[in-house]
Design a protein around this ligand. Sequence first.
Ligand code: ZEM
Length: 293
Amino acid sequence: YTQDSAKPSAAFVPTKADYEKVYNAITDIFDKEGYDDGSLAPVILRLAWHASGTYNKEDGTGGSNYATMRFPNEAGHGANAGLSVARDALEPIKKQFPWISYGDLWTLAGVAAVQETGGPAIPWRAGRIDGVEAHQTPDGRLPDAAQGSSHIRDIFGRMGFNDQEMVALIGAHALGRCHSDRSGYEGPWTFSPVTFSNEFYNLLLNDAWQWKKWKGPAQYEDKKTKSLMMLPADMAVVQDKEFKKWAQTYAKDEQKFFDDFSKAFSTMLELGVPKEQWKSEPYKVGQPEAAAA
Ligand code: ZEM
């Protein structure tokens, strides 16, 4: 045996076409009859965000580089409850494409979740590497849904985001729902939880909201149908004057929301990755022009 045949994966250098193949394999697992609203895309987007949102700009720790949610300690952080659903769903794809790092797989899956539900293209690039348990960050780096605008500014400011970017990022709550057996909260934010849109801002600004009367954690329900929800942290987006200006902008102008979300989310997915690790400039995966190229 030569050294090469002993280490076959080291010799393989993936191209953009290979990432297109991974992307397509990811989109193939989204539809899931009987699960939530019929799609795994929302919980997979939440995985990509929680894998990236641990970043601390002060010391460079956390972020998407090392995919440390693979380890039991970080997987067990309260904020990550339920994300095994997303990690487990992506595992067969990791087996099919063993050369991709978990960080690249999870973030590319987040890109696919946004794009395949009708959201904007999210520039992405490969380069994350799998880390070790020592790369895990302490519990408490992700936002607490029970808190308001100063907490949101602390948490997202630590990642390096400004007010406008914070408000744009939270707009992802157009997708998916809360689960009482995961976060304790319950219900979807919008009537179309598998469509990426600016509906989160429209509902937040234009519906009447009241505290839900129940045994669970304090959350809002819409007065009219009592079928939608808002977290206290969501409500902060209209209670805080500076945040509210952006919510109004995004409610009026979906294209502006898409543009700003795309930039901020693309940045978020790159947090914590040293420059020298990137394999290319960011580019669009899974878009018609990419497939044609
Ligand atoms: Zn969420 N999020 N999030 N979020 N999130 C939940 C679900 C989802 C907050 C939060 O506490 C919660 C961002 C920001 C913030 C998604 C994407 C993004 C849930 C419900 C909670 C409690 C979990 C459950 O029970 O299943 C808070 C406090 C945030 C900021 C202040 C950002 C940024 C996101 C992406 C860019 C998504 C897609 C879901 C839905 C998951 C699902 O399973 O349907």
